[in-house]
Design a binder for this molecule. Structure first.
Ligand code: SF4
Length: 356
C-alpha cells in the first residue's frame, strides 16, 4: 500500500505525508487491547517536521492497514510515524484550533443530537453536558477556559465557531447566538462569530443577526448533495439544494462570511463536480470538506464504491481545486481535522488541470 501511495503522490503532485493523512482518516486504525472506538493524538510522520492532530476511528474498519502499537504508527509492517498524547476522543464543549486563536464551541450538546446516518458524535462519550443558556454562564465558563489555557483575553481569539446539536426551534437558535454575542462583547471579543448548521432559514432573522453580530459567518451543513432525506435529520434534509443556493447567495450579498460543509466519501465524483460547480459562485469562503470516517462498522456501508479507494479523494481534491482555481478562495489547514489538506505550502492551492 505504501508503494501505491507513493505512486499516487507522483501522479497527483500531493505529498506522501498528505496522502497518508487522508488515508488515516478514511481507514482509521487497528489497535489491540482497547475498548474505545475513537482516539485523538498528535502524529509526527517520518520525514515531516511538524506534529499534526488527528481524531480517528479505532477497529471500525477491519481491513485498515494502519496499526498503532507502542506509540508507533505502522502502515502494513512499515513504521511511518510516532504518536503522542493519545487520549479517548470524547464529545467536548470547546476545543481549540489554529494555535488557540480559534475556538469551536459546542454549546448545545452535540452528543445528544441524533438522526444523521454519517454522524458519529452521539456514539462518543458526552463531555459536553454544560449549561450555556445565559450570558453569565457563558462568561464564567470562558473566563475559566482562558485562564486554564493561559490566554490573556478573548480579544486574542480570532474566531469562535458554534458547531453544536440542533435546537428545538430556529428562534431558540437565534436567541442563543445573541446571548453568546452579548457574553463575548463583555469579554472584549473582536473576532468573527460563526455558526455551523442549517437551522437558520429566515432571511429577516439572518439580517438582524448580521447587524447585531457584525463579523458573522454562516457555514451551511449541506454535507451531501443527493438522497439527503435518506441520510439526514428531516430539519436538515428539508433544505433543498436550490434553496441552499438561494440562501448562500443571500448571506453573501449582505456581507456574511458564507460557505458550506461537505462530507467526502458518500457520493461519486460526477455528483461532486456538478454540485460544487453549482454552488461555487454563491459562497465567499472555500468549502470545508471532511473525509468521511467510520465511527461504527456499519457506516462503511454508506461509503460510495469510488470512495473506498484513496485515489477518489485525490481526484475529488483536483476537481474542487479546478472549480475554485479562478477565485481567491483557499482552504485553511487548521479549520478541519479530517480534511484533504495537510501541507502548509498547499494552503495556497496550486491548481493543475487534470483529466479525470
Ligand atoms: S444534526 Fe446530524 S450531523 Fe449534526 S450533530 Fe445532529 S445528528 Fe450529528
Amino acid at each position: 500500500m505504501l508503494e501505491y501511495f507513493k505512486t499516487l503522490s507522483k501522479m497527483y503532485n500531493v505529498s506522501l505525508e498528505n496522502i497518508l493523512s487522508i488515508a488515516l482518516n478514511r481507514y482509521g486504525i487497528l489497535m489491540d487491547d482497547i475498548e474505545d472506538n475513537r482516539i485523538r493524538f498528535n502524529l509526527k510522520l517520518n520525514n515531516s517536521k511538524k506534529e499534526t492532530f488527528f481524531a480517528v476511528c479505532v477497529n471500525t474498519y477491519e481491513d485498515s492497514k494502519f496499526v498503532l502499537k507502542d506509540n508507533i504508527l505502522y502502515l502494513e509492517n512499515n513504521p511511518i510515524g510516532t504518536v503522542d498524547n493519545i487520549e479517548k476522543d470524547t464529545c467536548t464543549s470547546t476545543y481549540f484550533r489554529n494555535n488557540k486563536k480559534a475556538i469551536t464551541f459546542n454549546s448545545n450538546s452535540r452528543s445528544k443530537c441524533v438522526g444523521c446516518k454519517f454522524c458519529g458524535t452521539y456514539s462518543l462519550t458526552d463531555d459536553d453536558s454544560i449549561d450555556f443558556s445565559t450570558k453569565d454562564k457563558i462568561i464564567n465558563f470562558y473566563q475559566e477556559l482562558l485562564e486554564e489555557n493561559k490566554i490573556e483575553s478573548m480579544n486574542k481569539v480570532e474566531d469562535v465557531t458554534i458547531c453544536t446539536g440542533c435546537f428545538e426551534t430556529e428562534d431558540d437558535l437565534v436567541k442563543h447566538l445573541l446571548t453568546v454575542k452579548e457574553a463575548f462583547n463583555e469579554m472584549n471579543f473582536n473576532g468573527r462569530l460563526n455558526y455551523i448548521g442549517s437551522q437558520l432559514r429566515d432571511y429577516d432573522k439572518i439580517k438582524m443577526l448580521s447587524k447585531e453580530i457584525g463579523d458573522f459567518g454562516i457555514y451551511l451543513t449541506i454535507e451531501k448533495f443527493l438522497d439527503r432525506e435518506k441520510f439526514m435529520r428531516k430539519e436538515k434534509a428539508s433544505l433543498t439544494l436550490d434553496k441552499a443556493k438561494e440562501f448562500l447567495n443571500y448571506c453573501s450579498s449582505i456581507g456574511i462570511t458564507t460557505t458550506f460543509l461537505y462530507i467526502l466519501g458518500l457520493e461519486d465524483l460526477d455528483t461532486i463536480k456538478k454540485y460544487f460547480n453549482y454552488l461555487k459562485d454563491s459562497i465567499n469562503k472555500f468549502p470545508i470538506i471532511q473525509v468521511f470516517q467510520d465511527y461504527t462498522k456499519e457506516q462503511e456501508n454508506y461509503r460510495c464504491e469510488q470512495g473506498k479507494d484513496i485515489e477518489y479523494y485525490l481526484k475529488a481534491r483536483k476537481i474542487i481545486e479546478d472549480i475554485f482555481k479562478d477565485t481567491n478562495l483557499n482552504p485553511k489547514l487548521w479549520e478541519c481535522f479530517r480534511s484533504l489538506y495537510y501541507d502548509e505550502n498547499k494552503e495556497k492551492v496550486k491548481c493543475k488541470k487534470m483529466i479525470i
